[in-house]
Every structure is written in C-alpha cells, then in structure tokens.
Design a protein around this ligand. Structure first.
Ligand code: PLP
Length: 478
C-alpha cells in the first residue's frame, strides 16, 4: 500500500457527514427564515476580500467543521441577497426552498443527465417537464422539444446555433441577423461566439414604447436583399430586461413567414409571464416562434442555474448537435429515449429538471400562476402610486412587473442634467445604505430608477418603504 492513511479516498465518516449535512441544512433554513431582516446589499472591495480569503492551496487538511464555519461566517454574508424582498435591481432570483433541496439531491447523487442509458428517470423528467412548458407556450407538444441549459445566455446561444445550422448550413458568410437596440446583450455575445462579423448584425431602433420599430425592420431586410445578402433570423424580445416591453410578436412572425426567416424569441426575462392572464395577453404571438429562450432561474423561481430553450421541432436540435464518438455508440437506444447530449452543447450535464419537477409538484402550477400574477399587479399598483405623487415621474409604465421612474418634483424644473445627477445619487445612497438594491438604467437618454418586482414575497409596503427612503435622500441632495 503506497499510502499510510485513507486520506486519498476523500471521505468523511458517516457520523461526520451527518453532522456536516445537518449544519448545512440548518444554515440554509436559518437563512430562509431570517433573510428579510438582513440587508440585501453586500459591498466589498478586492482588497477586503483578498485580506479575508487570499491563500495558497493548502497542502495539509483542516478540520471539516472549521472550514464550514469559516465559509458560513465569511463567504455567505459577503454576497448580495437576490432573494430579498427589497432586491429590486437587475433581475432578482426569488428561488424556493424545495428546488434548493432538489438541487442538493441531484448533486448528492451526482446524477449524469446527458444520456438515457446513464439515468433514464432524469431524461424522462426532462421530457415530462419540457412537455409542461411546451403546452404552456402553446408549442406543438408532439413535434416540439427543448433542453434545459445553465441560463438564458446559453439558451439563446443554443437557439442561434440551431437556427444557423437549419437555415445556412456551412456557409453563413452572407447571413444577416436582426435584433432591436433593447435586446439583451447575451444575444450579441452569442452572435459573436458563433463567428458572425459585425457587418452581419442589424441593430433595429425601437419606438417610443421601446418596441422594435417594424417599419425600420422591414427596410433593413429589403435593403439587405437588394445587396444580395441573406437575411436569416430575427431575434425578438418577449420582455426586455430594461422595461419588460414585448416586441410586436405577431407582426414579426408575419415578416418571418413571408421572408422565410428563423423567428427566435428571447423570453428569458418575460416568458414566465405566460402563466398569468395579463402576461399571456401581452405575449400573444410567442407560440409562432421557431425557438424561445426562457429562464426558470428568474421568474419561475428556480435557484441558479437553470435556463431553457423550446423549439417547434425537436429534430432541429438533434440534427444540429448529434456527433457520435466511438465510445457512445453502444448506448444509442430507442429514438424516443432522448439523449440530451444530442440536443445541446453539453455532454455531461447536471440534473436540472429535478428542481423544476419537484417544486411544481409540491406547490402546484396554480401557486406559480398566482405568484406571477401577483408581481404584475404589484408593479401596476406601484405605478398608480407613483403617478399620484408630486415627486415622481413614471418613465416607462409597469410592464411584466418592471417599472422605471425618476425623481422629478413638479414646479422645480430641474434641467435634464441635474435630474440625471439627482437620480444617480439617490440610487447610490440607497445602495450605500444597503437597505435595498435599487440601481439606475438609461432610457431615452434619461437616468432612471428601475424596479423589477418578480419576487412574490415583495410587498407594496416594502416598495413604499424604499420610496420613502429615496425621497428622504432626495431632500438631502437637492
Ligand atoms: C437575463 C436575461 C438573459 C441572460 O440570461 P442568463 O440566465 O443571465 O444567462 C437573456 N435575455 C434576457 C432578456 C434576460 O433578461
């Protein structure tokens, strides 16, 4: 035996594992129970973090409990709490406890979710949950398909690889892709990853409501055709991250049909709104897309990481991503037994479907529907409240639970430059107080405060409370 002890087995004893596991669970439950009374914002510099953590890889072991205690005390508190009711910025990640435990189980058993042969139940649950989503989005359930990804960025990338394969084959030197100036940056990243040149991208301006300007889109396509180029794909947004705006999906669908273009919809932010009545009305036309990206780790309450791509025809995915090395030959199986490594980029994949499955089963679809509707209503209530105030101006109305506004008291007539500075400073003071995460965005050259209210545990009182702090800060500033 080359080793004197058993350390090379990387194991704890059964008793140690239990103690460790119980402490981890206790820590998570305590966090769920007390997070609302914590401050959502964490601020720390590189120097401070280096001081806490910088070290060489430790050659020698440390007592397992000591490591866990250190992480609990130092690592976990130095992250912003995106599940906090006053975490309004970017896109919050409201999460839910059942899915957290599901992820723990999936990781605990280290389930390989690549092929049917390795874990038939994991593949089956991905098929089952994908069918739930296909039905919700009114996609063909027999022919349709999809895959869970790490997030919306990967879902968009997977969609665009598929679109290019289906429409351009190997030569995409003349292919042109269209998206609006409000489209999410992950789309441009994906286009760049795919090797398109800048000259192959058309950024279509948006109208005053932040929707893709249809006339400008039509002009761009016509001009490209005249130049002998090959328009091949339009990316529409179903809920832009900035304002929640949905592009005119039905009109874009029509253009895609007549021009024979691939219709991709980035619904990573707003797609989940299909669960509510108001949302599904706004999202009309989404069912006409060739592919839709959604992001369960946002508004479907899953912990990171979980994105999803839906396609009208599952064969498009297998035709794009099947690549058989010799060692995978023996596990082909029956075609109905899907090997998800043939439907996307990853071979080895974690078991993402489990959390979606377990949380849906536990809470029921109706609870998810109520949660999404609640947030859309809450944002509308906030809008009505802001409009009644002499201090606030609504810059973009509540849309799919996003609202943009700015401090602009009537009668003061501050210059645009001054208003930008005031609102920027309000955000800075709120964030510095760490009581709420509220940052700015820029809309039509104005610095505005943006609230994304998709956390079903955020109350109207939470928002009122934050707005009151903003007003108090404003009085200090002006
Ligand atoms: C968040 C978002 C993405 C990117 O998704 P990730 O999960 O962060 O990778 C893409 N598009 C839109 C509209 C988004 O809101």
């Amino acid at each position: 035996m080359p080793f004197m002890d058993n350390s090379h087995k990387l194991q704890l004893s059964k008793e140690e594992m239990k103690q460790y596991g119980y402490q981890v669970i206790d820590t998570i439950v305590e966090h769920f129970d007390t997070e609302n009374s914590k401050k959502p914002v964490s601020l720390a510099s590189r120097e401070e973090m280096d001081l806490l953590f910088k070290t060489e890889a430790p050659e020698e072991p440390t007592n397992y409990k000591e490591v866990l205690d250190f992480v609990t005390a130092k690592v976990l508190p130095n992250s912003s709490i995106v599940t906090h009711p006053k975490s309004y910025s970017f896109v919050p990640g409201p999460s839910n406890f059942v899915s957290v435990m599901a992820d723990t189980l999936a990781t605990g058993f280290n389930i390989f979710s690549g092929g049917w042969a390795a874990s038939p139940a994991a593949a089956e649950l991905e098929i089952v949950t994908m069918n739930w989503l296909l039905k919700l989005f009114k996609f063909p359930t027999k022919k349709g398909g999809g895959i869970f990804t790490s997030g919306g960025s990967m879902a968009n990338l997977t969609a665009l690889v598929t679109a290019r394969r289906q429409r351009c084959g190997d030569d995409f030197s003349k292919a042109i892709i269209y998206l609006s100036d409000q489209a999410h940056s992950s789309n441009i990243k994906a286009i760049r990853v795919l090797g398109f040149k800048k000259e192959q991208i058309r950024i279509i301006p948006t109208d005053i409501e932040f929707k893709m300007a249809i006339n400008k889109l039509k002009n761009a396509i016509a001009k490209d055709r005249l130049e002998g180029l090959q328009p091949f794909c339009i990316i529409a947004s179903a809920g832009t991250t900035n304002t929640g705006t949905v592009d005119p999906l039905n009109e874009i669908a029509k253009i895609c049909k007549t021009e024979k273009l691939w219709f991709h919809i980035d619904g990573a932010y707003g797609g989940a709104a299909i669960l509510s009545q108001k949302g599904s009305k706004l999202l009309k036309g989404i069912e006409k897309a060739d592919s839709v990206a959604i992001d369960p780790h946002k508004w479907l309450y899953q912990p990171y990481e979980m994105g999803c791509l839906l396609v009208r025809n599952h064969k498009w995915l297998s035709e794009t991503f099947t690549e058989k090395p010799e060692y995978l030959r023996d596990i082909e199986g029956n075609p109905s037994e899907i090997n998800f490594y043939d439907h996307g980029i990853q071979l080895t994949r974690r078991f993402r479907a489990l959390k979606f499955y377990m949380s849906m089963k536990t809470f029921g679809l109706s609870a998810f529907k109520k949660a999404v509707s609640y947030s859309i209503d809450l944002a509308e209530e906030v809008e009505a409240d802001l409009r009644k105030s002499a201090n606030w101006e609504v810059v973009s109305p509540a849309t799919l639970a996003v609202i943009n506004f700015r401090y602009n008291p009537i009668g003061k007539n501050y210059s645009e430059k001054r208003l930008d500075a005031i609102n920027q400073e309000i955000s800075k003071r709120v964030v510095d107080s760490r009581e709420a995460l509220l940052v700015t965005t820029v809309l039509q050259n104005q610095v505005v405060l943006r609230m994304c209210l998709i956390n079903p545990r955020t109350t109207f009182e939470d928002v009122k409370d934050t707005l009151k702090s903003c007003e108090a800060f404003a009085l200090e500033i002006i």
